[in-house]
Design a protein around this ligand. Structure first.
Ligand SMILES: Nc1ncnc2c1ncn2[C@@H]1O[C@H](COP(=O)(O)OP(=O)(O)OP(=O)(O)O)[C@@H](O)[C@H]1O
Ligand SMILES: [Mg+2]
Length: 450
């Protein structure tokens, strides 16, 4: 059977309170019983002493007076009857059965050997009627049982109400979570729970929930801006293609050279769109970890030398020198690594000052088991507030300048996805005209990255 938290708490409190009441009742019952026993004992002791004195002081010579004295003594004590049995077994004093009608009685025998003179006495039998005391004890016991049951009932009801009241913030919290719609959460109206009025016990949960909401909002924003950017990037070539086709259709007697020019420029737009889509697909696959043909490379430098060779003509064209330093071994997908470094190098070539040197460094960071590959160029500085956004998809520092070109701001996002796939990180810095952008990869894949 599944109990709610409120029911479980109320049952536990009730059980505890029941145990408490039963212990107190049992203690009180036991105390009354002990007190009664003491009273009985005292009364019998008193009666024994008094009876013995009467029997010792008086002799059988004036038996009538002696028995009368005994009557008086017993009467003054009350609730006690006595019987004197002679040595011959005959009852010398008292009724044949003491307290014959009493339901409960306590009987004591005292030896009277040596008393009685000519009519020797044997025993003094004393009996106390304890029926009233026993009845009282039974009544008190019953009263305690009834009081315990009633009390348990009251505690169950009260604790159930209290538990329900105490758990109200939890229900309220659940209701608010149920009302939450991630789609409504954005930077301006981020959904979060105000913890200032909530009980202390809920604070860690609320803190975690608000942190989660922060992440949801962030992902929501990223998704929205990604969608916006995709639409925007594809909109430009599509519009120009549409216009170009409309114009071609309107024109009469178009010569074949013009047709060829138009088709050529349209093909360029189509290729541009294709590049965006290919980059997006690559980014999506890398982010989802669908790529990654990991092998142990004893030298990371070797594939990077291949990349430099590939860019030799571009470097020369931009009047740049390139220098590759350092080496390390790593477990990685060399094709992906080449793609990441190509993206960094193509940027560096685009932004480096003519006549400068582009430095590519490979460094093993032993404490973190990361291999850092960084590309540094001397060129146009990147504004401080743009540095941390460089790795966002479609982000370009100077959008207007690059919009018409073949660059879409996906290169560094791909670098970041590749480094994540390799369990690494990315970083960018700009000191004066020195721009350094790099990625790291885990040297050994002891813990599988996704
Ligand atoms: N070495 C660099 N020097 C100065 N700015 C840079 C450098 N590398 C990147 N940037 C800036 O970062 C932006 C993002 O770079 P990224 O490689 O992601 O996109 P892109 O080069 O514009 O387009 P794509 O790589 O998709 O062709 C660039 O548009 C540029 O503004
Ligand atoms: Mg680029």
């Amino acid at each position: 059977m599944k109990f709610s938290m409120a029911r479980r708490a109320s049952l536990q409190i009730s059980l505890l309170s029941m145990v408490g009441v039963v212990v107190i009742a049992a203690f009180a019952y036991q105390s009354i019983w002990m007190w009664q026993q003491m009273r009985h004992h005292d009364a019998i002791e008193q009666a024994t002493l008094a009876a013995e004195q009467v029997l010792i002081k008086n002799s059988m010579a004036n038996a009538a007076e002696m028995w009368q004295r005994l009557d008086e003594v017993l009467l003054s004590i009350g609730n006690v009857q006595a019987k004197v049995i002679g040595a011959d077994g005959q009852i010398m004093y008292g009724p044949p059965v003491l307290w014959a009608d009493a339901k409960y009685k306590e009987t004591y025998m005292i030896s009277l050997a040596g008393l009685g003179g000519e009519m020797p006495m044997a025993d003094l039998e004393l009996a106390m009627n304890i029926t009233e005391d026993r009845n009282f004890l039974t009544f008190i016991g019953g009263l305690f049982v009834i009081a315990s049951i009633v009390w348990a009932g009251i505690v169950v009801v009260i604790s159930a109400i209290l538990a329900k009241l105490q758990l109200k913030p939890l229900r309220e919290f659940g209701r608010r979570i149920a009302e939450f719609n991630p789609a409504q959460s954005n930077e301006k109206s981020m959904i979060s729970i105000d913890s200032s009025k909530e009980p202390d016990e809920l604070l860690p949960v609320i803190e975690q929930f608000n942190m989660l909401m922060g992440k949801v909002t962030q992902y929501n924003q990223q998704l929205l801006s990604f969608n916006n950017n995709v639409a925007h990037e594809l909109n430009t070539p599509l519009s120009s293609l549409t216009i170009s086709h409309e114009l071609l259709l309107k024109e009469k007697d178009v010569d074949s050279a013009h047709w060829r020019d138009s088709i050529h420029s349209n093909l360029e737009e189509l290729q541009r769109m294709n590049r965006i889509i290919q980059s997006m697909l690559f980014l999506a696959h890398t982010t989802q970890g669908q790529r990654g043909n990991f092998t142990t490379l004893p030298s990371v430098r070797a594939p990077l030398e291949g990349v430099l060779e590939y860019f030799a003509y571009s470097l020369e064209d931009a009047q740049l020198d390139a220098k590759l330093t350092g080496d390390a071994s790593a477990e990685c997908d060399s094709e992906l690594l080449k793609r990441a470094v190509s993206n960094l190098l193509s940027n560096a070539i685009r932004y480096a000052n003519a006549g400068s040197t582009v430095n590519i460094s490979i460094q093993q960071e032993h404490e973190s088991d990361l291999v850092w590959i960084e590309v540094r160029n001397t060129g146009k500085p990147i504004p401080h507030d743009a540095i941390h956004r460089l790795f966002e998809p479609f982000y370009r520092v100077e959008k207007s300048r690059t919009e018409s070109h073949a660059n879409h701001g996906l290169g560094l996002a791909i670098v970041a996805a590749i480094s994540r796939l390799h369990g690494g990180e990315v970083r960018a810095s700009c000191e004066g005209d020195q721009v350094t952008i790099g990625l790291s990869i885990k040297a050994s894949r002891t813990h599988e990255s996704t």
